[in-house]
Design a binder for this molecule. Structure first.
Ligand SMILES: O=P(O)(O)O[C@H]1O[C@H](CO)[C@@H](O)[C@H]1O
Ligand SMILES: O=c1cc[nH]c(=O)[nH]1
Length: 234
């Protein structure tokens, strides 16, 4: 049992999917996993362990933002022995190359968060990077399932509402979309020598204002979750 995860050691699988939303964790567990048991309800950050194609997999809600996901990632790694961490989140599209409902794989995660400076000091602009083996496995799983994916740099923002940021410049420099956690996930995974990757669904386009309906989101979520689960057991 850790401060924010009320489970016995051994209750969490080595491979963990990390949606921000607790209800997405419930949906993944109920829709995709067999023999599911719920191991966490602390703060309603639901956590479940079950089996995907016979392999143990957990799903842990990570909340919104870098402070929240950092808590769960630290505890999953240090108290429960997690080795493979796959964020399954929504993001806002930024690049014109990205459309709503697209699935993105975050090769790298730029950030405006002070997390990097807190970790490395003022002089180092560390580049949080997804694990290459997971990235390759995710890309291959997507191709195999005929799920189109785009791979590239994303932005992990400290603020959901931020009209002060120069998005055009970030787009010019190749940033595909924006979410709020991957940079910390990648940095902590590097610190503790475990593997991490973020697979994201574009739920809205920040530049055009386009949004998805709940029904449309479900199909894209299922694609993202399938890619992540296939990667988890690869
Ligand atoms: O859908 P999730 O996984 O929560 O991810 C995105 O959605 C939240 C903002 O609405 C932030 O957590 C952002 O990263
Ligand atoms: O962080 C996020 C997530 C979804 N959509 C956004 O615009 N931002």
């Amino acid at each position: 049992m850790s401060t924010h995860i009320g489970a016995k050691r051994g209750a969490v699988a080595e491979a963990v999917l990390l949606p921000g939303d607790p209800l997405r964790a419930k949906y993944i567990a109920e829709t995709f996993l067999d023999d599911v048991s719920q191991y966490n309800t602390v703060r309603n950050a639901f956590g479940y362990t079950g089996f995907y194609k016979g392999h143990p997999v957990s799903v842990q809600a990570s909340g919104m933002g870098i402070p929240s996901i950092s808590i769960y990632v630290n505890e999953l790694i240090n108290d429960f022995g997690a080795k493979t961490l796959l964020r399954v989140g929504t993001c806002g599209g930024m690049s014109p190359a990205v459309k709503v409902r697209d699935v993105l794989i975050a090769q790298a995660a730029s950030t405006d968060s002070s997390f990097i400076r807190n970790t490395f000091g003022r002089d180092i602009y560390y580049a949080p990077t997804g694990n290459f083996d997971l990235l390759l496995a995710a890309y291959r799983a997507a191709k195999h399932q005929e799920i189109p994916v785009k791979v590239g740099n994303i932005l992990s923002e400290d603020r959901f509402y931020n009209d002060e940021i120069d998005r055009q410049k970030l787009i010019q420099y190749g940033v595909l979309g924006s979410e709020m956690e991957a940079a910390a996930l990648y940095t902590l995974a590097a610190k503790y020598d475990v593997r991490a990757l973020a697979v994201l669904t574009v739920s809205n386009h920040i530049m055009t204002g386009e949004e998805t309906s709940a029904a449309e989101r479900e199909k894209s979520f299922n694609d993202m979750i399938t890619v992540a689960l296939e990667t988890a057991i690869s």
